[in-house]
Every structure is written in structure tokens, then in C-alpha cells.
Write a protein that binds this ligand. Structure first.
Ligand code: UD1
Ligand code: CA
Length: 456
């Protein structure tokens, strides 16, 4: 088996338009768990460490290639989509003479490494198919077996008789064979069928005619072999994927208040005793330290949350680094480049961007903090705004340790507030404020005695 795998080459069919998606986008670029379908298939292929991966592309070809600029694959153009058999034929010339070939479909995204290894191992004797049992209505190709139970041929749903359509063993589309056999069979395909296409599935009957053994194995789980032909299929597979990912998180010690109401679109790494409330979405690379709690309805992308950090409901956290025991939200928005040190507090309706907030500092209510460096033990009052943009460039605001910024102040950058400085509420600060002093910019308050409000 070692020998056969060292000659493994994978061919991924990804040239189809995906008409049933009713979309301008090529089907393999539709996303599942935040990644294009083709990315999932490529990952499965790469896990097998094949000698080469050939991707047959065509419809929307430039967009498909552009979406994978770094992928170590050999792109094979199928200019006209004449069917899955024609698609594999396009790659034939590129395959090594003695290659063992695994064919994957770009629209069957969740296939696992273990199943594919099993399939490749069984292909040594001839042709190995991955089939599954799908009771109920569906349009997969039907596996026709003879009276001894041996696979005879595959009949496509559109070509199948009512009796054939009643068969419940169906074709996943994934198969493995030698390049040598494919070179013998593919030129013999014809398009005499309901779709006028060259069906890869017809090689099964050709193998039988050549007395080549046809083996069929089944995957352990159904979602591995489910194809995406419609948006409904895609939504169904997304749920299957998210269900699996939620089970894995719980097995690793994460408490999910409702495993059907958390979506992970990337990699979520969590420590012990993490609690995630309902309707949270995690995107990209997210790390949650031990004891982190994430309240309901939060969105977290490419962020790292330190041990014991608490995120309250409806917070949006993107590209942020949050220190241990920090407290964020509800309704906070942390944008890329935010760094909150330990035990900081960022409260409701506060937006922070490209700024650092030192340990024990608080920005609790209704603020915008952009391009700022805030020291430790600073108190930023309600409604404080850093005016970081002059219409052309961004400028920084620096606030020293233990400073106190009175509510409703505007800090017009570039500006620096010294250590321990106090800014009086309602100030517009345009010049540096010295350390330890009270600075304020307010017109003096006056009272007009005896003034009367007009009456109707
Ligand atoms: C195919 C199988 C069917 C199987 C099903 C499993 C054939 C003839 N039928 O049907 O037996 O049950 O998959 O999901 O193989 N493609 C190309 N070039 C083409 C045509 C298709 O690259 O000319 C690619 C598509 O992009 C897609 C894959 O091949 O990724 C399958 O094509 P699709 O048209 O979706 O085939 P199905 O009708 O689903
Ligand atoms: Ca399909």
C-alpha cells in the first residue's frame, strides 16, 4: 500500500458552472464555514500527501485560479464543460504513466482523509468507488449491482428508469483507479445520454467489460459524501459541519449554551472552562484562554482573548488582543489593532481601533478611541472622542498613566495627555496637557438672572 500511495496523484473536478446555484459566482467558490468549497477539497487532497494535485477548472476560471494564488496545484483548463469524464480526460496527459489516480469533486467538500485513504487502499486491484446509502429522493447516480451483488454500472438519475431510481445505493462521484486504466477507458466514453455529456461514471461498465474488479466502499458519515448542487444543499452541509465542530469543542471542554447556535468559520482554539452563549460567530483564527466567557450574539474574528476575559452580549471583536480578566461590552466594537491589557474595561457603545489600553484602564461608555495609546489606570469618561483624522491623515493620541479624561471631551490628535493629568468634562483639547494638572477648555458658565422663557 505504501508503494501505491507514493504514486498517488489527485484530480479535482472544479470546472462546472453550478447552474442550480443560480449564481454569478463559480460553484467551487461558494463558501462553507467561511472557506471556498474548493479550499476544503484541496485540504483533503493535501492531507494525503500526493505526488501531484491537478485541478480541472473552466467556468469562471480566472476567478477560481485567482482565489488560490499559492496553492501547490497543477491547473488544467477544461475550456468547454462536456461532463465529468471529459474533465478527467483533460488531466490525463499530465498524469504520470504509473500513477494511481484519486478523483475528487470540487462540490463534495467535507470528504475526510480516513475515507480517502481507505478508498485508495482498495483501488490496487482495479477501480474503487465511494458509494453511500441515501434513502429518499435525491438526484445522485444509482449504483446498479448484479445478482451476485457485484457493481455492474452506474446510471445517472436523469437516465435512470423508475426501478433504478428506487435504488438507494448512490455514487459519491469520488473514485480511484490507475492512470493506465483511465487511459484505456476514457477515450471509449460516449455522450449518448440524457445530458449529452461524457460521464465519468460510465467507466464502471467499461471496467466490468474488461473484467477489471470494481470495489465499492462506504464512508463512516453521510456528510462526507454529500454534494453541493443547490443553495439548500450548501446550507444543509454548513449545518452538518457546524454540528461536528460544536461537538468537537464540547469534547475539548468548551461549554456551549446551545451547540446548534454557534458557528465557527476558521479555527477556534479554546482553553478549559470556556463558556460560549447562544448565537456567536467565530471567524478566522480565534484563541480563547481558560475561563473566557462570551455572551450571547457576539462576533469574534482573528482575535486572542486572555484567561478569564469576559465578553458581554452583542460585542464585535475583530483583530483584537484582549488581556486576561478584561471586561468588554455589552455592545462594544473592537476593530483591528486593538490591544487591551489585563483587567481593562471597555463598555457599551465604545469603538476602539488601532489603539492600546493599559492595564486597569476603563473606557466604559459611548466613546471612540482611534489611533491612541492609553496608559495604565486611566479613566476615560463617557462620550470621550479621539479626533484622529484631519480629513487626510490619521494622528495619534497619547494618554499617560492615571490620567482622568472628563466626560464628553474631544482629544484632537496629535495630542498628548500627561501622566496623572485631569481633563475637565466637556473640553476640546487641541494642545498637549501637562502631567498632574487640571486642563479644561470651556467657556465660563454664567447665569442670566431674571430671564423668562417665552410663553405661548
Ligand atoms: C456527479 C455524478 C453522480 C454523483 C454526483 C455526486 C457524473 C456523471 N455524475 O453528478 O453520479 O452521484 O456527482 O455528487 O459524474 N465538472 C467538471 N467538468 C464538467 C462537468 C462537471 O469539472 O464538464 C465538475 C463540477 O464542477 C463538479 C463535479 O465535476 O465539481 C461534478 O459535476 P456535477 O455536474 O455537479 O455532477 P452531478 O450531477 O452532481
Ligand atoms: Ca454535483
Amino acid at each position: 500500500m505504501q508503494g501505491s500511495l507514493s504514486s498517488l496523484e489527485v484530480v479535482i473536478l472544479a470546472a462546472g458552472q453550478g447552474r442550480r446555484m443560480a449564481s454569478a459566482r463559480p460553484k467551487v467558490l461558494h463558501t462553507l464555514a467561511g472557506q471556498p468549497l474548493l479550499a476544503h477539497v484541496l485540504k483533503a487532497a493535501q492531507n494525503l500527501k500526493p505526488r501531484a494535485i491537478h485541478v480541472v477548472y473552466g467556468h469562471g476560471g480566472d476567478a477560481v485560479r485567482a482565489a488560490f494564488p499559492q496553492a501547490p496545484v497543477n491547473w488544467v483548463l477544461q475550456a468547454t464543460q462536456r461532463g465529468t469524464g471529459d474533465a478527467v480526460s483533460c488531466a490525463l496527459a499530465q498524469l504520470g504513466a504509473e500513477a494511481r489516480v484519486l478523483v475528487l469533486l470540487g462540490d463534495v467538500p467535507l470528504i475526510t482523509q480516513a475515507t480517502l485513504e481507505g478508498l485508495c487502499a482498495r483501488s490496487a486491484s482495479g477501480l474503487a468507488l465511494l458509494t453511500f446509502h441515501a434513502p429518499g429522493p435525491n438526484q445522485y447516480g444509482r449504483i446498479v449491482r448484479n445478482s451476485q451483488g457485484l457493481v455492474e454500472r452506474i446510471v445517472e438519475w436523469r437516465d435512470a428508469s423508475p426501478a433504478e431510481r428506487a435504488l438507494t445505493e448512490v455514487n459519491s462521484g469520488i473514485l480511484a483507479a490507475s492512470a493506465e486504466n483511465l487511459r484505456r477507458w476514457l477515450p471509449r466514453l460516449t455522450s449518448a445520454n440524457a445530458q449529452g455529456e461524457l460521464y465519468l461514471t460510465d467507466i464502471v461498465a467499461l471496467a466490468r467489460a474488461d473484467k477489471v474488479a470494481v470495489e465499492a466502499i462506504q464512508p463512516t458519515t453521510l456528510y462526507e459524501v454529500q454534494g453541493v448542487n443547490s443553495r439548500s444543499d450548501l446550507a444543509g452541509l454548513e449545518r452538518a459541519f457546524q454540528y461536528e465542530s460544536a461537538q468537537a469543542l464540547m469534547a475539548a471542554g468548551v461549554q456551549l449554551m446551545d451547540p446548534s447556535r454557534v458557528d465557527v468559520r476558521g479555527t477556534l482554539t479554546a482553553g478549559r472552562d470556556v463558556l460560549i452563549d447562544v448565537d456567536c460567530v467565530f471567524e478566522g483564527d480565534v484563541t480563547l484562554g481558560d475561563g473566557v466567557t462570551v455572551g450571547p450574539h457576539c462576533f469574534v474574528r482573528n482575535s486572542c482573548l486572555g484567561e478569564g476575559a469576559q465578553i458581554e452580549s452583542h460585542s464585535v471583536i475583530d483583530g483584537a488582543h484582549i488581556g486576561s480578566r478584561a471586561h468588554v461590552g455589552p455592545f462594544a466594537r473592537l476593530r483591528p489593532g486593538t490591544r487591551l491589557d489585563q483587567e481593562t474595561r471597555v463598555g457599551n457603545f465604545v469603538e476602539v481601533k488601532a489603539s492600546s489600553v493599559g492595564a486597569h484602564s476603563k473606557v466604559n461608555h459611548l466613546s471612540y478611541i482611534g489611533d491612541a495609546t492609553i496608559g495604565e489606570h486611566v479613566n476615560v469618561g463617557a462620550g470621550v472622542i479621539t479626533c484622529n483624522y484631519d480629513g487626510a491623515r490619521k494622528h495619534r493620541t497619547i494618554i499617560g498613566d492615571k490620567a482622568f479624561i472628563g466626560s464628553d471631551s474631544q482629544l484632537v490628535a496629535p495630542v498628548e495627555i500627561g501622566q496623572g493629568a485631569t481633563i475637565g468634562a466637556g473640553s476640546t483639547v487641541t494642545k498637549d496637557a501637562p502631567a498632574g494638572e487640571l486642563t479644561l477648555s470651556r467657556t465660563a458658565q454664567k447665569t442670566v438672572s431674571g430671564w423668562r422663557r417665552p410663553e405661548k
